[in-house]
Ligand binder design. Structure first.
Ligand code: SIN
Length: 489
């Protein structure tokens, strides 16, 4: 099925600054289809001047936007949600075209993105403050919630719509204005969402977007890091980049939300429902071809159920249909780029060299194209392997056998990361013991699909801080102002 949009003007090739599509700079960045390498279109390869123009626009718009009554801001954000859903087919195609995920997943991501926009549209009207009982006579004391100011949103390529939605919707709802730099691999979905936000009534300057290549991104982001007018950075991406942003924000003490790398354990205990564990694993691991921060990276299976789990899982994984998004039968698409496939290949080769056995997959699918890798299950993985220490970010499941609960908890926590963790068990005492012991911001118990707009998404340790989604996701865009009125008696 060709990925042709009904509304072709959703494909934009310009920055959006101060309420207008801007032709500058002339330098261009090609956006390609990862399935074929074909160029879809070109967008600006922006630098410091565009970053500054976007920031000026966001700064100038802030004083008016923050005063727009919450109900009116909510109405605009909800209209944006309606428009996103009304364009679900086109946006789903655009996501699949530039990111490569199967079309059903592309459309699913649009619904997922919209759920955050709707949620924060509703939350806008609930930014209640507090009236504090005064400890002294003649005083009234209040805690008021205020928008932090201009927010810089730096978004990843793996969920081009959902990550924009869950960063920008709460910012707009809170009364913040935004400058955004979408991922260099997938800027088109972001630009389309910004167009729809504009059509929904987001005023000029409130939402600005600047595209840039990997090479030029530091020039754009440095402008925002160095400028005290940016009061918050929200970033999803790698831990090294997150640390860099935290260091560089220190001089102006910006608020930060950092959703960084993960290394999720998935534990199958001997008392687990093995069939349910296989299903949960498939949902958690192979969504977006394993290119999610929350997907299991290390799989620990109790010796008593190892053979059954490994056999059932290998059968399911071996049957996955790999192909381009344009084929409705595809369940796993291409990886985002050559570097991604090279990393997967390196991890599998390293594991095999250290003694792991390939149960299924374990190779590129060159007959489909340069960016395809076969969904893979490895047995005999251990902590010395690269795939146990770093996120593979691809369709690889390395299985490790374990014997004992304490041993597996120690192994699961033996990582600097702590974003998501999963386990399967039917024993209610063990369930709460293990949930308490896992060092992770998110825990899935007998469930592989854990993300939702109403849930707080975020990590501990080097997976970052701050939460997205839920009521906590709005808090990250607010600060508290304490107001004390005296002389009242
Ligand atoms: C991510 O991979 O960063 C996001 C995944 C999700 O929202 O479930």
């Amino acid at each position: 099925m060709p990925l042709t949009l009904t509304r072709t003007d959703l494909i934009r090739s310009a920055n959006f600054i101060g309420g207008a599509w801007s032709a500058t700079p002339t330098a261009r960045l090609a956006v390609t289809d990862p399935a074929t390498g074909d160029v879809i279109t070109e967008v600006p390869d922006s630098g410091a001047p565009e970053a500054r123009a976007a920031l000026d626009a966001a700064h100038n718009a802030f004083s008016a936007w923050r005063k727009v009554p919450a109900k009116q801001r909510a109405a605009i954000v909800k209209r944006w949600n309606d428009l996103v859903l009304a364009h679900q087919d086109d946006l789903g195609k655009l996501i699949s075209l530039e990111q490569g995920k199967p079309l059903a997943e592309g459309k699913g991501e649009v619904a997922y993105a919209a759920s955050y926009i709707e949620w924060f549209g509703e939350e806008a009207t609930r930014m209640n403050g507090e009236v504090i009982p005064a400890p002294l006579p003649g005083r009234r004391m209040f805690a008021l919630r205020e928008p932090v100011g201009v927010v810089a949103a730096i978004t990843p390529w793996n969920f081009p719509a959902a990550m924009i939605a869950r960063k920008i919707a709460p910012a707009l709802a809170a009364g913040c204005t935004v400058v955004c730099k979408p991922a260099e691999d997938t800027p088109l979905t972001s630009l389309a969402l910004v167009l729809l936000a504009h059509e929904a009534g987001v005023p000029p300057g409130v939402l600005n977007i600047v595209t840039a290549s990997r090479e030029k991104t530091p020039e754009v982001v440095d402008v925002w890091l160095d400028d005290a007018r940016v009061r918050k950075i929200t970033f999803t991406g790698s831990t090294p980049v997150g640390k860099h942003l935290a260091r560089r924000s220190a001089d102006t003490l910006k608020k930060l939300s950092l959703e960084l790398g993960g290394n999720a354990p998935f534990i199958v205990f001997d008392d687990a429902d093995v069939d349910a564990a296989v299903e949960g694993f498939m949902a958690a691991k192979f969504r977006n071809g394993g290119q999610t921060c929350v997907c299991p990276n290390r799989v620990f299976v109790h010796r008593a159920v190892f053979d059954a789990f490994a056999a059932k899982l290998s059968a399911r994984v071996g049957a996955l249909k790999v192909g381009p998004a344009s084929d409705p039968a595809s369940q796993i698409g291409p990886m985002i780029n050559d570097r991604a496939v090279e990393k997967i290949e390196r991890h599998v080769q390293d594991a095999v060299a250290k003694g792991a056995k390939v149960l299924t997959g374990g190779k590129r699918l060159s007959e489909l194209g340069a960016t395809y890798y076969a969904p893979t299950v490895l047995a005999g993985a251990d902590a010395s392997m690269q795939c146990a220490c770093e996120e593979t970010f691809g369709p690889v499941a390395p299985l490790t056998v374990f014997d004992d609960e304490a041993e597996v908890i120690a192994a699961a926590n033996d990582t600097p990361f702590g974003l998501a963790a999963y386990f399967y068990s039917q024993n209610v005492r063990r369930i709460w013991r293990v949930a308490d012991a896992l060092e992770s911001g998110i825990v899935g118990i007998n469930e592989g699909a854990i993300s939702a707009e109403a849930a707080p998404f975020g990590g501990v340790k080097e997976s970052g801080y701050g939460r997205e989604g839920s009521t906590h996701g709005l808090e990250d865009y607010l600060h508290i102002k304490y107001v004390c009125q005296g002389q009242l008696d």
